[in-house]
Design a protein around this ligand. Structure first.
Ligand SMILES: [Zn+2]
Length: 215
């Protein structure tokens, strides 16, 4: 499972500012700098996980990541001097006109939508569940080097946890059972949060509900 929180042990409390973002002013500068623009069918503006593709003839744009395309609505606003022009994005999620879009859960959205999303993840108790899982693994099972063994694995996906040599099997199994239950609860909370995302299509939501029922 990927998505929120899968960035690893030390990145759990990432800040909004650290999320990947795109700047509409920088995008406009990049596009306008291309002197062959009027003759081109499309221009690519590179992003971390894909590109913005801008079509100068229609002045439309899409975000392309792998096989997925998201319409990126642009709007031009005259500057204070009346001569220059400022370009803004519209958040693909809420439609608000903004300069920056942030990448969250594989989508781009405005700061406000990213915050709401973040808050709903916090409220579902997922942070607390992660802390409980860490306590079991590190304190109770004494596996403090798990992060060194599996640097790319977040705690909710950790599978192999060795039994401490002096612990009775019975006790080990009981702790493992508790840990596995937390992992299950965590996955359920993750998908419940996803299912509430208003930017998902109905088809995606049905897929999530089916997955939830299979847990
Ligand atoms: Zn928004």
């Amino acid at each position: 499972m990927g998505g929120y929180g899968s960035g690893g042990h030390n990145k759990t409390h990432r800040r909004l500012e650290n999320f990947r973002r795109i700047d509409s002013f920088a995008f406009r500068d990049f596009v306008m700098w291309d002197k062959y623009l009027p003759f081109k069918e499309s221009v690519k503006y590179p992003l971390v996980g894909g590109d913005i593709i801008y079509y100068p003839q229609s002045m439309e744009a899409v975000i392309k990541e792998g096989d997925s395309y998201t319409d990126l609505i642009l709007s031009s606003v005259p500057g204070i001097d009346g001569k220059s022009e400022r370009l803004y994005f519209h958040c693909p999620y809420c439609g608000k006109r903004v300069r920056y879009l942030y990448r969250r859960q594989e989508r781009y959205m405005c700061r406000n939508c990213a915050k709401l999303n973040y808050a709903s993840q916090q409220k579902s108790g997922m942070d607390e569940m992660r802390l409980k899982m860490e306590r079991i693994v590190e304190k109770e099972l004494g596996y403090t080097w798990w992060y060194r063994d599996y640097p790319d694995t977040p705690i909710q996906d950790l599978w192999h946890i060795p039994k401490p040599p002096y612990m009775r099997w019975e006790k080990y199994e009981k702790l493992m059972q508790e840990f596995r239950q937390l992992q299950k609860d965590y996955e359920r909370a993750f998908w419940m949060g996803m299912a509430r995302c208003s930017m998902l299509s109905n088809k995606e939501k049905v897929g999530i509900m089916n997955h939830l029922n299979s847990l």
